[in-house]
Design a protein around this ligand. Structure first.
Ligand code: PEP
Length: 253
């Protein structure tokens, strides 16, 4: 059975104290996850150890980084490497979020390097892809998103690609309150799976969790997660409100 994942992306939000309180509120809800279900908290770097220790006793709750650098190590002031994350027992990392692609000029080639460094350090990349509004309006979203996968992931051998998590996040739906319809989400997730299947075969494509991201809320999570090819969500805004994220975790299938 494919993993179903509720992933919180806190971005650059919450003080340390607010973050601790939010985590405790969610963990105190004591939601029992099935073996195939996972909740991920992608928190700011300085909160990783606190988050890791809060979830330590919990079954299927993990801490994740929001990014890592595309170089192994060296003179890159202020950056954090995949090796550093591994040395802190962090096993998940978001790679290629659209905000980093836009504000930090991250290219598909840089993301390919990050994915490799994650795997070298036993970290599961949560690889983000998704098209801007102009591309959606031009109707070329499939071509655009397929190129993101091909250029950043298709150098990987089968045994590696099947370990990653993909998040499809249409940029026009991130933080805008505008969610893709369930038909749009299902159609794109199905398409992404077919692109992977064409390269690696159906069995591998069927194993990879593909999360939807873009204004997932407590009141629409169940409907979105109900799509056959949607395996949960990467959630920004609503992951900062304890009661809302609790409902989103409960919406996992
Ligand atoms: C995100 O940033 O990954 C995201 C999906 O944000 P939001 O849920 O706020 O749209």
């Amino acid at each position: 059975m494919r993993k179903q994942i509720a992933a919180a992306n806190w971005k650059m939000n919450c003080t340390f104290q607010q973050g601790e309180k939010l985590l405790c509120e969610i963990l105190d809800a004591d939601i029992k996850l099935a073996d195939h279900q996972l909740t991920i908290f992608a928190v700011p770097y300085p909160y990783l150890l606190m988050t890791r220790s809060e979830v330590e006793e919990e079954w299927n709750y993990v801490a994740a980084a929001q990014n890592c650098h595309h170089k192994k190590a060296g003179a890159y002031t202020g950056e954090v490497s995949a090796e550093m994350l591994h040395s802190m027992n962090i096993n998940y990392c978001i790679v290629g979020h659209s905000e980093r692609r836009e504000y930090n000029q991250e290219t598909n080639a840089m993301l390919a390097a990050k994915v490799d460094l994650c795997f070298e350090n036993y970290i599961t990349p949560i690889f983000c892809c998704g098209e801007p509004l102009a591309i959606r309006e031009a109707g070329t979203q499939n071509h655009f998103v397929a190129a993101q996968l091909k250029e950043s992931l298709f150098h990987l051998p089968a045994e590696k690609i099947k370990q990653l998590v993909i998040a499809y996040e249409p940029i026009w739906a991130i933080g805008t309150g505008k969610t893709a319809s369930t038909e749009q989400a299902q159609e794109m997730h199905r398409f992404l799976r077919s692109v992977i299947a064409a390269q690696y075969g159906e069995a591998i494509a069927d194993e990879i969790p593909i999360l939807y991201g873009g204004s997932v809320k407590a009141n629409n999570a169940k409907e979105i997660f109900g799509c056959p090819d949607v395996d949960g969500g990467l959630v920004g805004g609503a992951s900062l409100v304890g009661a809302d994220f609790i409902e989103i975790i409960k919406a996992l299938k």
